[in-house]
Design a protein around this ligand. Structure first.
Ligand code: URA
Ligand code: CA
Length: 432
């Protein structure tokens, strides 16, 4: 088999066979196929797409290019949730204890990475003593006992995806739905979950800017999951503004605690109940999404979800008193207020730019070397559609520096006040 023939085949819009896809991924991972040939193939896929059968093979070839996590020591159906990435997305911190409170095992593997705020791991580390250095057998025991544990990413997962993603980044082939879908799904499948819930974000703060593309991406990922025997569901949710009110690390831990108490922001609560219902249903904790939804509300109202958060924090060395006393979390030295300069209604918020406003305070990493400041971030007092009077506080800035003019300017530029009220839809669609 020769790579040049496969490139020509895909260029002419034919379907590659499983053997051809395997040859290509194995050859590229081994270094036998050069970047320039893989680049040409990626561009051919960008223009001509891939069929479900090809995508299944591509995804599994990437899964098999590296280690695969074995979660079989953990009892029950292991359901993982993946978000395509948004701003101030606090859902994992809420969902993990909420779903575990219903007896569904949450065996979470989490990374750090770049972004507006740290990852789930960074956020949890704002709880004094919390650590994720757990041995694999201890991790399984913890999940069997408490139904919840978080561990740092281990092993060499999907090296083929890593190499291909880096190549796509420099060849104009990132924005290809089949390539995005197989990339995301390969990582989820290699991490060992039996079932997968996807939160596909759409809007100014998301990878997908319009509903049509978000729908196609979600459906493509659901089809891949099903074709390889992993039950998969997806939610398409709005990311035209940050989720919830808090953007930061310790601030989002506090927001998660509030939400587990039933006192969280409406949008974050609704999204967690929607994603949580899918997790509980796929985890066989309920016979329908509606039943799962009711059980989750009960877990919040009875205090079971909050109690699970305490058990989880304590099991991983953290101080559980933080749950009842969030003031024990790291606190920023200074607070500043950004106020409305006119009356009206919040018309738009550029979620991505607001995320950057938080990142430059130190809430997120701009480069791998950046140091996080867990205490800093933003609290949004108004969201799209809310009425505002002149002088109302729009945002509180929590900072450890005295000069926050760059953050203030970004917020003023990217929160637009208009004349008319409007509605915003949070959950656009459920795909199953
Ligand atoms: N995230 C991924 O993991 N892969 C992509 O291709 C795009 C976003
Ligand atoms: Ca938030």
């Amino acid at each position: 088999m020769r790579m040049i023939d496969l490139i020509a085949k895909k260029r002419d819009n034919h379907v590659l066979t499983p053997e051809e896809i395997k040859f290509m991924i194995e050859g590229y991972t081994a270094g036998d196929i050069p970047d320039y040939q893989m680049s040409a193939m990626l561009m051919a896929i960008y223009f001509n797409g891939m069929e479900t059968e090809e995508l299944k093979e591509l995804t599994m070839a990437m899964v098999e290019s590296g280690d695969q996590i074995d979660l079989s020591a953990i009892e029950g159906v292991k359901v993982d949730k993946h978000s395509t990435g948004g701003v101030g997305d606090t859902t994992t911190l809420v969902l993990a204890p909420l779903v575990a409170a219903l007896g569904i095992p949450v065996a979470k593997m989490s990374g750090r990475g770049l972004g507006h705020t740290g990852g789930t791991l960074d956020k949890l580390e704002s709880i004094e003593g919390f650590h994720i250095e757990i041995e694999e057998d201890e991790f399984a025991e913890m999940v069997n006992k408490n139904k919840i544990a978080v561990i740092g990413q281990t092993g060499n997962l999907t090296p083929a995806d890593k190499a291909i993603y880096a190549l796509r980044d420099v060849t104009g082939t990132v924005q290809s739905i089949p390539l995005i879908a197989s990339s995301i799904m390969s990582k989820k499948i290699a991490s060992g979950s039996d079932a997968i819930v996807l939160d596909v974000k759409v809007g100014s703060g998301a990878f997908m800017k319009d509903i049509k593309h978000a729908e196609t991406l979600a459906q493509t990922m659901v089809n891949i999951g099903k074709s390889v025997g992993r039950q998969t569901m997806a939610v398409i949710s709005d990311m035209n503004q940050p989720l919830g009110r808090m953007i930061g690390n310790a601030l989002e831990v506090k927001e998660a605690i509030d939400t587990l108490k039933g006192e969280g922001p409406e949008d974050l609560t609704e999204l967690c109940l929607t994603l949580g219902s899918q997790m509980v249903y796929l985890g066989k904790g309920a016979n329908s999404l509606e039943e799962a939804h009711e059980k989750l509300i009960d877990a919040i109202q009875s205090g079971a979800a909050l109690e699970k958060m305490k058990v989880f924090v304590e099991a991983q060395g953290g101080n559980p008193d933080v749950i009842d006393h969030p003031e024990l979390l790291p606190q920023a030295r200074y607070q500043f207020e950004v106020k409305a300069d006119r009356e009206g209604y919040i018309e738009s918020m550029n979620a991505n730019e607001i995320g950057i406003a938080a990142m430059i305070l130190g809430a997120g990493r701009a480069t791998k070397e950046s140091e996080l400041d867990l205490a800093v971030g933003l609290e949004l007092h108004k969201k799209i559609g809310n009425p505002v009077a002149k002088g109302d506080v729009l945002v509180t800035i929590y900072a450890d520096q005295e000069d926050v003019s760059e953050t203030i300017n970004k917020l003023i530029e990217n929160i637009v006040i208009g004349d008319h009220p409007q509605d915003i839809t949070l959950i656009h669609e459920i795909i199953q």
